[in-house]
Design a protein around this ligand. Structure first.
Ligand SMILES: N[C@@H](CCC[C@H](N)C(=O)O)C(=O)O
Length: 280
């Protein structure tokens, strides 16, 4: 049996997208994600995205990390999801309501001469209460709180965009210890469901430079929810404006934390790379 998939990416954060409305999937999706995401023995990706029907929204998105865990949300992934369902005719309107484990998220396709040039997503409200991130300890919001890693102290500002993020501001992101401090913080006892870890250099009040260690995936080229969390952390710590450009290795995300409705908006690209069939 073969599984039809499409390979997509948002700024190099890459995904295997499978349409479960047409494809029959194996029962163990965690295991499927581990297999297909593997860079040497599988297709290779930072995540497996499944398109499903929904009773509450237009469609439902499930996302799995390469380690098989199922996160609540994925910012770059939902832009790819939106482009995929629009271009395959699963939805007809450019504004889509998508059921996720983080609630209903609303991507809107940016169209020019009929083609998709980007996606703007209403990511909803950031959750700042410690127990909603979730984190152990007491006191909210969690702003510049000491996180002890290997005897060193890091100051973390923590935000949930449906999924957990711990943001560290650094002098020089190119030299940030992403692959050592990242996994130590991901698995730190402060975070009972683990966490994503962002390293942010503030270039000026409207520009941030970011590297990220993702829960269940390792260092990736970009993280949409992470960029949103970084923008919120920039405001909470007084370092940046509510509207910022987040520079990632392969390009930019525009993030705005609206003072009117408290929602975070993310705008960025979604690109289709190829399609194929994977043997089950
Ligand atoms: N790359 C994603 C986030 C994917 C989920 C993350 N690894 C987690 O476990 O929370 C994004 O663009 O937001």
């Amino acid at each position: 049996m073969w599984l039809r998939f499409v390979k997509m990416h948002g700024l190099g954060n890459d995904f295997i997208v499978v349409n479960a409305l047409e494809e029959k999937l194996p029962a163990d999706l965690n295991e499927l994600a581990r297999r297909v995401c593997h860079r040497r023995f599988g297709i290779g990706a930072d995540g497996l995205i499944i398109v499903l029907p929904s009773t509450q929204a237009d469609l439902r998105m499930r996302i799995f990390n390469p380690d098989g865990s199922e996160p609540e949300m994925c910012g770059n992934g939902i832009r790819c999801f939106a482009r995929y369902v629009y271009e395959t005719g699963l939805v007809r309107e450019p504004e889509i309501r998508v059921e996720t484990l983080a609630g209903i998220i609303k991507p809107r396709l940016i169209l020019q001469e009929g083609g998709v040039t980007g996606v703007r997503v209403d990511m909803g409200e950031p959750r700042l209460e410690r127990e909603k991130i979730p984190m152990t300890g007491s006191g909210s919001p969690v702003v510049d709180e000491p996180v002890v890693v290997d005897g060193g102290i890091w100051r973390g500002t923590c935000v949930s965009m449906g999924n957990p993020h711990c943001v560290f501001f650094v002098e020089n992101v190119a030299e940030a210890p992403v692959t050592t401090v990242g996994p130590a913080v991901e698995n730190h006892p402060l975070f009972p469901q683990r966490t994503n870890v962002e390293f942010i250099e503030v270039l000026n009040r409207s520009e941030l430079k970011m590297r990220v260690w993702e829960r269940g995936a390792g260092e990736t080229m970009a993280c949409g929810t992470g960029a949103c969390a970084a923008a919120v952390a920039g405001v909470l710590t007084g370092r940046s404006n509510r509207k910022v450009t987040v520079h990632l290795v392969a390009g930019d995300l525009e993030i705005e934390w609206s003072p009117e409705n408290n929602h975070v908006y993310m705008t960025g690209p979604a690109v289709t790379v190829f399609q194929g069939d994977y043997p089950l």
